[in-house]
Design a protein around this ligand. Structure first.
Ligand code: E4P
Length: 217
């Protein structure tokens, strides 16, 4: 399973990247706003740091505008993945950009039907949003399972990029289903290391070690 980091925060990307835990990065207009940076500048910096796919999202609503923006974003670096929304125009842009050899991430996917269209349009990645489906009391993980089954039935090569991840369980469940990639905020990836029994065990070892009066070095 590949790990993408869902942020435009350079320091957070660097910390995880130094541990070899970053296979790619995803950004969106909200994350660019949160970073408070110019999109071209921050995206270039991310691409210099991470050799894997870095998603940069278009904002035009029509296919022509998306293609124009996508080509412009793709000039930032060779590892740019153009992110387009799952609308009819987004699918047109996906086909055009993909035919020109660009990686394309089709985002804001909320149904298996949408995911089939993205694969047919030549998407490199499909981004089903788990957390936002959970938010409206649907099961986001069911969507990951449905897409996995359908893509496997027909050998679609589009990679399932499980997105809108809010919890460690989202990551583990997506891994069990066989999502190709997860993209998660740095805080969620880091919290995968936490376990109450690890903390408890460590406290006990620490207390016992102090009683030995020994030093290792
Ligand atoms: C994915 O590419 C999106 O940037 C992201 O996962 C959205 O997550 P959210 O629903 O937590 O905003």
């Amino acid at each position: 399973m590949k790990f993408f980091v869902d942020t435009a925060d350079i320091a957070a990307i660097r910390e995880l990247n130094d541990l070899g835990m970053v296979d790619g990065v995803t950004t969106n207009p909200s994350l660019i706003l949160k970073a408070g940076r110019n999109i071209a500048e921050v995206t270039r910096e991310i691409c210099e740091l991470v050799p894997g796919p870095v998603s940069a999202e278009v904002v035009a609503a029509d296919a022509e505008g998306m293609i124009r923006e996508g080509k412009h974003l793709a000039k930032i670096a060779g590892n740019i993945t153009v992110k387009v929304p799952l609308t009819w125009d987004g699918l047109k842009a996906c086909r055009a950009l993909s035919d020109e050899g660009h990686m394309v991430n089709v985002t804001l996917c909320f149904s298996a039907a949408q995911a089939i269209l993205a694969a047919k349009a030549g998407a490199t990645f499909i981004s089903p949003f788990i957390g936002r489906l959970d938010d409206i009391h649907l099961d986001g993980m069911d969507l990951i399972a449905d897409i996995r089954e359908i893509y496997d039935n027909y050998g679609f090569e589009t990679q399932i990029l499980a997105a809108s991840i809010r919890t460690v369980n989202h990551i583990v469940d997506a891994a069990k289903i066989g999502a190709d990639v997860i993209t998660a905020p740095p805080s969620v990836i880091k919290s995968m290391a936490n376990h109450v029994l690890t903390d408890k065990g460590l406290a006990q070892f620490d207390a016992d070690w102090k009683q030995t009066g020994q030093k290792i070095v």
